[in-house]
Design a protein around this ligand. Structure first.
Ligand code: BTN
Length: 260
């Protein structure tokens, strides 16, 4: 598919007032997270988007590498939220991805706690939030979103069992630009709605395929197993263990034990 990414193609007539009003585009860079951090230090405006066609050192959670060749979406959004909204960023980012994929492709993604977007059980998007906090003040938050759009998994047998892309699911390429613009609009809608209260947490909770399932959660060297009973408003997972106790898990990788 012809590459037509540019700041203008993303930002022109974009129906937002904050998110994507400034777009910094690179054909190739190490990681949009690294460049976003630099832009924060230079005083970037809220909503600034750093986007790249290709990342050569994309960052995943837990210091993993995130593969992001051309044809996918790799972007970071700079925000300056109040500390009370910090836990909601991962919820709003994953919901925005779900809504934009639904609207542009008609596919029906699912959410796996804490922030994976899946299609038919395989990961199509990863989200990474980095923030700087001093006391009760958030200096910055960077919302990194990577979507496998036109990635041909046949070229990556080592990850194809657990990973998918929109083009592999649809059997055709997907215009990145439509998805990027929709995504920025959805992020803004949810971000500006945060002060109104309930909606982001409830919508995110209702979309989680994890709840009610038998799961294994690993975080560092610690492993938990049990039924994912619910999620707290701060995003943590409440796991009912086999001894009946309820464990609150703040972060981790979930394997759905009963996934079919
Ligand atoms: C994960 O491990 O699931 C999170 C992956 C996050 C990848 C995105 S791509 C855009 C942004 N830049 C990065 O280097 N990482 C995030």
């Amino acid at each position: 598919m012809e590459n037509s990414l540019s700041p203008a193609s993303i930002a022109d007539n974009l129906e937002t007032s904050v998110v994507g009003q400034r777009v910094i585009y690179y054909p190739s860079l190490t990681s949009t997270m690294v460049v976003a951090k630099r832009e924060v230090q230079r005083g970037a405006a809220e909503g600034t988007v750093i986007i790249a066609d290709e990342q050569t050192a994309g960052k995943g959670r837990k210091k993993r590498i995130w593969l992001s060749p051309r044809g996918n979406i790799a972007l970071s959004i700079i925000l300056y939220p109040s500390i009370v909204y910090l836990p909601s960023l991962v919820m709003l980012a994953s919901l925005a991805v779900v809504y934009s994929i639904e609207s542009v492709t008609g596919l029906k993604p699912q959410l796996k706690w804490p922030n994976d977007v899946l299609i038919k059980g395989r990961k199509v998007c990863g989200i990474l939030i980095e923030s700087g906090v001093r006391g009760r003040k958030v200096d910055y938050a960077i919302v990194g979103i990577g979507v496998n759009v036109n990635l041909r998994l046949v070229g990556f047998p080592e990850i194809s069992a657990v990973t998918t892309s929109l083009s592999d699911e649809l059997g055709r390429e997907v215009p990145q630009i439509d998805l990027i613009r929709r995504l920025l609009v959805e992020v803004e809608k949810l971000y500006l709605a945060l002060p109104s209260g309930e909606s982001v947490y409830q919508e995110w909770r209702d979309r989680l395929v994890t709840l009610g399932r038998r799961v294994q959660v690993s975080w560092g060297k610690t492993e938990y197993e049990g039924i994912a009973e619910s999620v707290a408003r701060d995003g943590s997972l409440l796991l009912r263990c086999s001894d009946g106790s309820l464990t609150k898990i703040v972060a981790g990788d979930v394997t759905l034990r009963d996934y079919e």
